[in-house]
Design a protein around this ligand. Structure first.
Ligand code: SF4
Length: 218
């Protein structure tokens, strides 16, 4: 069992690892307190040979119910952006930095909450294991929670966009907006700009799949 002062999923990872065994083991994860308030774990999905791996924040309410990442409104926005960028979702591996839904109940209304740093860190062994299994050519962080899980420190999207970064495990990394920002930001003009930026970043990743390995900072 994980120590409560250093929550971690690591004790729950299986010895024999593949996407199926990882997903099954994650169902029993108690590496941080989030499993207590969620319906089920939401593990990543996509083909083993995916060259592009997308990482979101954490499951939302609809993902918590369906058990699939990016199944709600943010997923619909992501699907639109992928289509505009000429990417087929079926060829991508899509996951989240945190695998259980975090929420609060406000007067009977369930609201999603952003995971704490300790929860992102606790869940990091699952993300690392997924990346080790897929060995993607390029990783895309959708939002700052994903970026923290992949880089290991706080970064702003403004700081990171439009340059190549690197995950802490060595893969070329693009940091972009979470699709939910393109539907939740105030003002239509801002929402449109975020959506266009997301499409632009997905296009950069698509184009880079067939080019020499991008160098950090380029
Ligand atoms: S959020 Fe991650 S570390 Fe926490 S219980 Fe769920 S799977 Fe385990």
């Amino acid at each position: 069992m994980a120590r409560s002062d250093h929550p971690s999923a690591r004790p729950f990872l299986p010895d024999k690892r593949n996407l199926k065994s990882l997903a099954e083991a994650a169902e029993g994860c108690q590496g941080c307190p989030l499993y207590k308030g969620a319906t089920q774990v939401v593990f990543g999905e996509g083909p083993r040979d995916a060259r592009l791996l997308l990482v979101g924040e954490a499951p939302g309410q609809q993902e918590d119910k369906s058990g699939r990442p990016f199944a709600g409104p943010a997923g619909e926005a992501l699907d639109r952006a992928l289509e505009e960028a000429g990417l087929d979702r079926a060829t991508l591996y899509i996951t989240n930095a945190v695998k259980h839904f975090k929420s609060e109940n406000v007067d009977g209304e369930i609201r999603g909450l952003k995971p704490r740093v300790s929860e992102i860190n606790a869940c990091n062994p699952w993300l690392q294991a997924e990346i080790e299994e897929i060995q993607p050519r390029i990783v895309i962080a959708l939002g700052t929670v994903a970026a923290r899980g992949l880089v290991g420190r706080a970064i702003t999207i403004g700081e990171a966009r439009e340059q190549w970064m690197q995950t802490k495990w060595g893969q070329p990394l693009i940091v972009s907006f979470h699709p939910s920002a393109s539907i939740q930001a105030p003002f239509q003009e801002r929402r449109d700009r975020i959506f266009d930026a997301l499409v632009y970043d997905l296009e950069r990743a698509r184009d880079a799949l067939n080019e020499p390995r991008p160098q950090p900072g380029a």
